[in-house]
Design a protein around this ligand. Structure first.
Ligand SMILES: [Zn+2]
Length: 444
């Protein structure tokens, strides 16, 4: 999402609201005047610190991205399906250096991708799609389960999910945290779980079939015959996370390859965050990253936020900041200056984030909102941030400096590549999807 760096807000705005009757109220008048004032948040209490990274650059770069697209039938009853796609690419510094960063040759890109990219696609029914003997509710649950086992990825994503959820990396796997059973008894909900390492089984309370993926709680955003659009969005984010951790798991499980892991950078488009009920994966992820760090294997993961309130805020505060500076907002700053709420209550991101937010300005033309995991508890870190507790920060920033895109503003080249594969608007086109969806809907 490009935006002009160092833009100046105009000093005067032409009023678009002046002619309305309602403005006769003095209170409304005040609100409107305030709204029309140019924002002058330029000097907040942001404490930027100089930071010149001296770490070794990382050689192997993984980047993950995804996209999803709802397709609606325009005739009643307005059937709707969502297509979701995720992609993971692997490139090394040597290959990257061979590609022209200003005008990458499409054939060079194609060759690179065919060797080193994997992708996954699925479709989720959202509205008025009927299956024999099954509701949208049960169909989505089953499709999520089967999509995690995607044969084209040899079931590796499901393995990663189990590896994280049961904490199999620890040598003594844990029970899943209890979750809400997707089947109610007389309109009442109940909690359930599965045996260690199971992918599916019978609920111990109601005896109905449950899947390991039910733990994530997709069913909490569905009714019998419709699923909310937040379902495909959550599916995409979780699948991206699992693709990234599949790379990490494969190196981790082979002790001879753990040294290679130290040389890898894992990049994700978007925050290192899993929201709401889906956040049950966050604690297992944090525990693994802290375990690997304490064993002497720092795992370098970085998320880049391209949109949202943190990016908007950076645009306001980064203007006069010198090169090679960073700022880590703490809990109080995030609540009061960014979210506009009191700083009382739970620590920011306590349950949902596995990376801390960093504002980074490497040079006068670029500025980034990054997320990097921490080696301490997130709740502790966010109250008193410390660059030494960000896992592998020095190597991450050295590497990122080499990956800044020459083509787009505030972009990293590997994320652009992953985006070009995962973007549904280019592959395949929405029109093509629409064509096939309509045919499929008619045939039911
Ligand atoms: Zn049950």
């Amino acid at each position: 999402m490009p935006y002009p760096a160092g833009r100046n807000l105009p000093g005067e705005y032409a009023s678009k609201l002046g002619h309305l009757e309602v403005l006769k109220s003095p209170l409304v008048r005040q609100v409107i005047e305030n709204f029309e004032q140019p924002d002058e948040v330029g000097n907040t209490s942001a404490s930027w610190q100089p930071y010149t990274s001296t770490g070794e650059p990382l050689d192997i770069i993984f980047a993950v991205d995804g996209s999803w697209q709802p397709i609606s039938d325009e005739r009643p009853p307005f059937k709707q399906v969502a297509f979701v796609k995720t992609a993971l690419i692997r490139v090394n510094q040597i290959e990257l250096n061979q590609i022209d960063k200003y005008e990458p040759h499409p054939l060079a890109l194609r060759d690179l991708m065919s060797k080193t990219a994997i992708y996954h696609a699925t479709a989720l029914p959202l509205r008025h799609i009927y299956f024999k003997g099954s509701s949208v509710y049960d169909a989505v649950r089953r499709i999520v389960f089967e999509s995690f086992k995607d044969d084209s990825l040899e079931g590796e994503v499901m393995e990663t999910f189990k590896w994280l959820a049961y904490e199999k990396w620890s040598g003594s796997p844990r029970q899943l945290p209890e979750f809400e059973c997707p089947h109610e008894i007389n309109g009442e909900t109940h909690k359930t779980t599965l045996d260690i390492d199971a992918e599916e089984g019978e609920c111990r309370i109601c005896g109905n079939q449950i899947f390991i993926t039910d733990m994530l709680g997709f069913h909490l955003e569905m009714s019998e015959n419709a699923a909310s659009e937040s379902v495909p969005a959550a599916y995409m984010n979780i699948h991206e996370t699992l693709l990234l951790f599949t790379g990490i798991r494969i190196y981790w499980e082979d002790k001879n390859k753990r040294e290679i892991l130290k040389q890898c950078l894992f990049m994700k488009d978007g925050p290192l965050q899993i929201r709401a009920q889906y956040s049950k994966l966050v604690n297992p992820i944090r525990r693994f990253l802290q375990h690997a760090h304490s064993e002497g294997y720092p795992i370098h993961i970085v998320g880049q936020e391209k949109t949202g309130i943190f990016v908007d805020h950076l645009n306001l505060i980064a203007k006069d900041v010198p090169d090679d500076h960073l700022f880590i907002p703490d809990h109080k700053y995030i609540c009061e200056q960014i979210q506009g709420r009191p700083a009382s209550g739970a620590a920011y991101g306590k349950d949902t984030n596995y990376g801390a937010k960093i504002f980074w300005k490497p040079n006068r033309n670029s500025q980034f909102v990054l997320n990097v995991p921490v080696s301490s508890s997130m709740a502790e870190f966010i109250k008193n941030p410390d660059t030494n507790k960000l896992i592998g920060l020095d190597s991450i920033l050295t590497t990122l400096k080499m990956l800044i895109s020459a083509k787009h503003e505030n972009a990293f080249f590997p994320i652009e590549l992953a985006n070009s594969i995962a973007s549904l608007s280019t592959y395949p086109s929405v029109q093509v999807l629409q064509l096939f969806t309509e045919a499929a809907i008619k045939n039911r």
